[in-house]
Design a protein around this ligand. Structure first.
Ligand code: SF4
Length: 354
């Protein structure tokens, strides 16, 4: 039988990666468990989020929802509350839905095969590979940005499309690597190498366990592979956050169930043209509040857009009639409504003096 072209390379990479990972990996909380549910939670939390940030939330989240059933049976507001501050809340809603799917379809046991995992809401190809390989020790490939960068450099790929995490060649080579040892170790080793050694800028090639097999290093191209991305300007929204205080209580609103910060508590937001406008979307009679003072400014960067918010405060003796249709709350200083408070809301409350 003729071996696939990746075969010898995969064998060499696996031989370098496994002992290196065993000897020098970071001691991260989610690496101390083999519980597929706990590993699933960690993989979802780690999407677009720094390891240090996840470390601050992970143990508390699992203490609050220790099993698939506990998470599945919880109210969405409880899940969002535990997720508060981690950002990118769609992940939390999908994780919650995913837990309900696993409870209802698999009796609460996380499946170990790729096809079943891919049927779980919120689990895509990468997460399915991470759960199957790390929790079940199966050679199910996984390629994220870190792995794609390592393999692009090792293989000396200079075509930008073939450098992406979606490139078929990366998935094929990763699968070949995972079959040449313990998938649990090799999958994490690839990710760890990308996160700690083969970093985007200035990779530490002298400390790399697979440097003898790296084409980019041999050809002096570690700085140009992968190709630097052109920065895309993020859309910017200029808004005014209304801090309406009546009898020492602050008006907060629950945002709509879809869109940015869905179902999360925030201050009412209107457009800002050197002061709040479109007040009719918030108050039945906007005239009742005629004096706003600007008390602060907040800038918040989401994954794909930026908000620049001025915070305008008005103190009114009588609670105004509202034109809002969703849930509202009048909260005392220091209090928070039940459910999730995203970090942008925390910034706004601080700016408003609450
Ligand atoms: S030798 Fe350098 S560029 Fe190549 S995989 Fe290792 S760290 Fe990355």
């Amino acid at each position: 039988m003729t071996e696939a072209p990746d075969s010898a390379l995969a064998t060499a990479l696996a031989a370098g990666l496994a002992p290196w990972f065993e000897a020098s990996h970071r001691d991260l909380t989610w690496r101390r468990t083999a519980d597929p549910y706990a590993i699933w939670v960690s993989e979802i939390m780690l999407q677009q989020t720094r390891v240090e940030t996840v470390e601050r939330y992970y143990a508390d989240f699992l203490a609050r929802f220790p099993t698939v059933e506990a998470l599945a049976d919880a109210e969405q507001s409880e899940v969002l509350e535990a997720w508060s501050g981690l950002g990118y809340y769609r992940r939390a809603r999908l994780l919650h839905k995913g837990a309900q799917h696993v409870r209802d379809t698999f009796g609460g046991t996380v499946p170990g095969d790729g096809a079943s995992l891919l049927g779980v809401p919120g689990i895509g190809k990468y997460t399915a590979g991470a759960i199957a390989s790390i929790a079940f020790d199966k050679p199910q490939p996984l390629v994220d940005g870190n792995v794609a960068r390592v393999l692009s450099r090792v293989c000396g790929i200079d075509e930008p499309k073939q450098q992406d995490a979606t490139a078929k060649g990366h998935w094929r080579l990763t699968e070949a690597i995972l079959t040449r040892g313990r998938p649990r170790v090799l999958a994490q080793a690839l990710m760890e190498l990308g996160a700690t050694v083969c970093t985007p800028k200035s990779p530490r090639c002298e400390a790399c366990p697979i440097r003898d097999h790296c084409n980019a290093l041999a050809t002096g191209r570690t700085a140009t592979i992968p190709a630097p991305r052109k920065k895309v300007a993020q859309p910017l929204d200029r808004l005014c956050a209304l801090a309406v205080v009546s009898r020492k209580r602050l008006l907060m609103i629950k945002r709509p169930a879809t869109g940015l910060l869905a179902s999360m508590w925030c201050l009412p937001l209107v457009t800002d043209e050197d002061g709040p406008t479109e007040l009719g979307t918030v108050f039945e009679d906007a005239e009742v509040i005629d004096r706003w003072s600007r008390v602060g400014a907040v800038r918040h960067v989401f994954t794909h857009r930026i908000w620049e918010l001025s915070v305008c405060r008005a103190n009114v003796p009588k609670r105004p009639a509202l034109a809002l249709t969703g849930e509202v709350a009048w909260v005392s200083p220091g209090d928070r409504p039940p459910g999730g408070i995203p970090s942008v809301t925390t910034k706004l409350l601080n700016a408003a003096g609450f």
